[in-house]
Design a protein around this ligand. Structure first.
Ligand SMILES: [Zn+2]
Length: 177
């Protein structure tokens, strides 16, 4: 990545941080401004925030190996197709299968609620503790696959256009619940 792209990316992350920032957070050091503290990509030590992270999700009577599998499966109400998505060997393959199912007619309206339901199931116990430990950070699903709905794409074309970041917003909502 060139230095110029790095600059653009940094500027985008900082704009997002300001937008999502609470004015102050309390941490071990006392009250500090929170505006520039952000987890901008769900990888490395923050991979557990990604929907691809392995964790058992029991939803609608089906056991899924990742949140991604569950989310892709509930795009359809056809039980055979749901099972087919659940059986994908990787979350990437589940995502691919999710593009081929018969979409529920209400999907555009239902998808945020479904993601919320699945994340609520995912973030219990240890994972919820890990999520709570990110409390002083804004969560933004920075990506390079042009997803401006669930995250905020960092490619050259999108880097100056903030994404809606609904995945990050849902995670922060659950974290504060
Ligand atoms: Zn993009």
């Amino acid at each position: 990545m060139t230095a110029r792209k790095d600059e653009h990316m940094e500027a985008k992350l900082q704009r997002s941080a300001r937008r999502f920032a609470k004015p102050f957070v309390v941490n071990a050091m006392g009250i500090v401004p929170s505006g520039f503290r952000m987890i901008g990509e769900f990888k490395g030590q923050y991979y557990f925030l990604s929907n691809f992270y392995p964790c058992t999700i029991l939803y609608k009577g089906i056991t899924f190996p990742t949140a991604e599998h569950a989310f892709q499966a509930v795009k359809t109400s056809n039980p055979d197709e749901m099972a087919w998505v659940a059986q994908a060997s990787t979350p990437g393959k589940a995502k691919y299968r999710g593009r081929q199912v018969m979409l529920r007619p209400d999907w555009d309206y239902a998808r945020l609620k479904e993601m919320f339901n699945i994340l609520t199931i995912k973030f219990t116990g240890d994972l919820m503790s890990q999520l709570r430990a990110t409390d002083s950070h804004q969560l933004v699903e920075g990506n390079y696959w042009h997803d401006q709905f669930w995250g905020s794409c960092l490619c050259a074309r999108h880097v100056n256009i903030d994404g809606y970041n609904y995945l990050g917003k849902l995670l922060m909502h659950i974290r504060n619940s």
